[in-house]
Design a protein. Structure first.
Length: 334
């Protein structure tokens, strides 16, 4: 195999490994951080979202700085030209930024009420919402295999959510059911918001030639403003009482870093790998999350029905990317 080809394959599989690691680590650490019992108050999800947006802006700014030959002046001129002098283009990012902010908060709610494995599998429903929005907003056409994969996906999600535990303690059963319902509604809303925001952002990227890092800075600026406003409105009293960084610990900081890096990792995979490898990364992440959730976190008891649903979700992922590219090939799903 020629050296160039070997180098290409190496980058593909390296990006695949990074995506698997990032996705699995984020789900498990976020789940662990939301269920960890400590003497201090639990950290605010809204605060973590805002912190992640700030870190994302910093990282993208450093990448723009690198692209401009480590010249502060060149970076400043580029950002001023692309962001300040083109307010119309910048304002286009307000809609997906608001939706992404909502989505990120919903993921914290979902992982506070669902085990990591169930969340990870159910969240793959975003493939369906992305496909539907791509057809309606971008006019994309899906092949028979892709439509079939969506049907398989829905079947798999249904099996994953199928009730399988009978608890003699009625009160505990009701509370558990209510908690799972809240978590399920949160992840379903996150799937819808992910699909719409992803396709909308993809449309914007295709209409302009701006750097993806500049676009992410614009997105992050709106995300920070909207997230900060939401934090003040929703958690104002708690902020006055204990501050923005209440309950922060090492695990919380890891969650913030992983969430900030999420979009950048997906962008790297889309650039260097194909969609079948991306689907493989998602599927492998589901399996690893389920195993760790069962063996380490001890918050998940897999059943045959769950395994059947998981296999169908994995099958649908491969089937959807088998012919051509998925409906949304963007840097969008977080």
């Amino acid at each position: 195999m020629p050296p160039a080809s070997s180098h290409s394959y190496m980058i593909k599989y390296m990006s695949l490994g990074v995506l698997v690691l990032q996705t699995t680590s984020l789900v498990l650490t976020m789940r662990y951080s939301r269920t960890l019992i400590e003497d201090s108050p639990r950290y605010l999800a809204s605060s973590a979202v805002v912190s992640a947006e700030v870190l994302k802006i910093v990282i993208c700014t450093l990448l723009v700085f690198t692209e401009n030959g480590f010249s502060v002046r060149a970076m400043y001129q580029l950002l001023r030209e692309e962001i300040v002098k083109r307010p119309g283009e910048t304002m286009k990012l307000a809609i997906p930024a608001g939706i992404y902010t909502l989505q990120n908060n919903l993921l914290y709610v979902a992982l506070s009420n669902l085990d990591a494995a169930t969340y990870q599998v159910t969240y793959q429903l975003k493939i369906l919402t992305t496909a539907l929005f791509s057809v309606s907003m971008l006019g994309k056409k899906l092949s028979f295999h892709q439509w079939l994969s969506l049907l398989v996906l829905i079947t798999g999600i249904t099996l994953v959510q199928w009730p399988s535990v009978v608890n003699n303690d009625t009160e505990r059963q009701v509370l558990t059911a209510n908690s799972q319902f809240v978590g399920l509604m949160a992840v379903l809303m996150a799937c819808v918001s992910s699909g719409f925001a992803g396709v909308y952002f993809e449309k914007i990227l295709k209409e302009t030639r701006q750097s993806i890092w500049v676009r992410n800075i614009q997105l992050g600026l709106f995300g920070f403003v909207l997230g900060f406003g939401g934090m003040i409105i929703h958690d104002g009293p708690l902020l006055k009482q204990s501050g923005m960084f209440q309950g922060y610990n090492t695990i919380t900081c890891i969650v913030v870093v992983l969430q900030a890096l999420g979009g950048l990792v997906v962008a790297m995979v889309i650039k260097y790998a194909d969609n079948i490898l991306k689907g493989f990364a998602t599927s492998l992440s589901i399996i690893i999350s389920a195993l760790i959730s069962y063996l380490v976190l001890d918050d998940f008891s897999p059943t045959r029905v769950f395994f059947a649903g998981t296999l169908l979700v994995i099958l649908s992922t491969f089937l959807y990317g088998y012919e051509g590219k998925p409906a949304s090939s963007g840097v969008t799903s977080v």
